[in-house]
Design a protein around this ligand. Structure first.
Ligand code: G3P
Length: 252
């Protein structure tokens, strides 16, 4: 699992979100054009149970609407503009569904789906997201991640062949996820925050046979440090910079 990806894998965090509005088809397309190895996105449910791709629980920051995603239907969400907050050149860029992302990019890149039903943990997001991956036969092209271990257990029940990555909050609040307790999940990857990554954490995780994918790494110095520690992947808003840093690290 995951071994076919270049190492360290460059995941475009919410797409190429430094150069295009996050979590939009434009940002994912750009990430692929820029040469990212994989894309990362945030999935959650609308009021009518459709899986959409957006990071925040509220639509305010990226779509100028002070309402929660889970309180709006897909057709209401589709009428919003998720591009103008970034740049007027992207005006009218819609919030995509997970299905649209899988159809457009599922055969072109590898996809990390973060299950972000953090304020509605009992909803059907894991089963619905898994159902879409199954519908398009993308089990070998998808990694699921979440800060919520229960969502990962549920998705693995649906798709035992899909790897799972446990996200750890930064600092003390992520200590349990990074500890032996987190191992109980038998995850394929640990996703720690960049300041928590030490050589001890990388070695311990590797000894367990799991990978280390680090979020969110945008500074070249951080990339260099993490590549020297032999992490297996990074999430970055800026795949071009990360690809250059990886090439330089390989030359040394
Ligand atoms: O999945 C990596 C990273 O995206 C996790 O943090 O807050 O951006 O979802 P966040």
């Amino acid at each position: 699992m995951l071994t076919h990806l270049p190492r360290p894998t460059i995941f475009a965090h919410r797409g190429a979100s430094r150069h295009a509005p996050e979590n939009t088809l434009a940002a994912f397309e750009l990430a692929i054009q820029q040469g990212a190895d994989a894309i990362e996105l945030d999935a959650k449910l609308t009021a009518d149970g459709q899986v959409v791709v957006i990071h925040d629980q509220s639509l305010e920051r990226t779509a100028a609407t002070a309402t929660k995603v889970k309180e709006m239907t897909l057709s209401q969400i589709k009428a919003l503009d998720a591009g103008s907050h970034f740049d007027c050149a992207f005006r009218g860029e819609p919030i995509p569904t997970l299905e649209e992302v899988l159809v457009n990019f599922g055969r072109l890149t590898y996809i990390n789906i973060e299950l972000t039903n953090y304020t509605s943990i009992l909803d059907d997001l894991p089963e619905k997201a898994a159902g879409l991956v199954k519908k398009y036969g993308l089990q070998k092209r998808v990694l699921f991640s979440s800060f919520n271990p229960v969502a990962l257990v549920r998705v693995r029940r649906q798709l035992p062949d899909c790897p799972i990555g446990l996200l750890a909050f930064p600092g003390l609040s992520g200590a349990l996820a990074r500890s032996r307790l987190g191992w109980l999940l038998s995850y394929q990857a640990l996703h720690p925050e960049l300041r928590d990554v030490t050589s001890a954490l990388v070695e311990k995780t590797h000894r367990r046979g799991a990978r280390v994918h680090v979020y969110t790494v945008n500074q070249v110095q951080d990339m260099q440090r993490l590549f020297a520690l032999k992490v297996d992947g990074i999430f970055t808003d800026d795949p071009i910079t990360a690809l250059q840093a990886r090439s330089l690290a390989k030359e040394r």
